[in-house]
Design a protein around this ligand. Sequence first.
Ligand code: ADP
Ligand code: MG
Length: 324
Amino acid sequence: MNTNGMAVVVNSLEKRFGSFIAVNGVSFEVPKGQIFGFLGPNGAGKSTTIRMLTGILGPTGGGGTVAGFDVRTQAEKIKANIGYMSQKFSLYEDLTVEENIDFYAGIYRIPEEKRKERKEWVIEMAGLQEHRHSRTGILSGGWKQRLSLGCAILHEPPIIFLDEPTAGVDPVSRRQFWDLIYELSSRGVTVFVTTHYMDEAEYCDRIALIYRGELIAIGSPEELKTKFMQEDVLEVASDRPQDAMVELDQLPGVREVALFGKGLHVVGAAGEAERLAATVRSHLEGHGFAVSRVEKIVPSLEDVFVSLIEARDRADQPQQEVRV
Ligand code: ADP
Ligand code: MG
């Protein structure tokens, strides 16, 4: 099938569980070699989408190709051409590190003459030289995670799917894991990764935001921050930021205030930043705050996502907006 240099092509992909629509008409493409982030809150439909793309779950509507193979009819071909690290790593805790690798080498039918080399590659990549004979159960989360990734790519697939690979591991291990992702990507491997960490979204070449089964934005981190943001964000530095937040919350023109680091992010309508900045400053000063800075900033991805999700909620359920 001609997929024009695309590792993944998805058209109106849908998954219903009974009357519930977990993935609702999602369409996108992932060029070869890209790090593609699939971002969304819990229950958004990320894992269900991945399970359809990896040939584990059949779609109830739409379709697509992965590595050029049809997700509806060529699941076995897809499985042979991808690596998949599921949300729960599937390592055997009672086996040693080497035994786990040997087990997966068997599953993936790595030719006998290549097994040793691939095993050493995984051990080195995961930094497990000292632990090759350790029982997997005693390893820290970060090591298990790198071992899982290694096992998932023993057969050198051109595309890997990682479902929340860094959930629950410490920040240093997350950073090391992302170094591995970059390394794979630099060798031309396409990486499809789900996450709900905003900092990780920043590391991706492109991001799709999925919410309640629907794709609500897609683009590079830069594009999302500049094109999709329908609102302006001010950064406000003052004393007593908590109190300032309460003070600003009810101010006309302010759509949202949130604590961000030591300061505040104040969201207002696009194009109103200057006027809003003046209002914010005079309001705070009028109430006895020492304001050191009010400045329009490039929004963070978190600002963009909160804004898009809230806009979607407002559009979906205006009649349900009950205030108490
Ligand atoms: P995410 O990975 O983004 O957290 P999931 O794809 O796991 O979300 O789930 C999306 C929605 O579909 C959730 O509401 C979940 O409860 C529901 N869901 C997932 N799998 C099934 C299933 N086998 N049967 C019924 N509902 C399911
Ligand atoms: Mg999930």
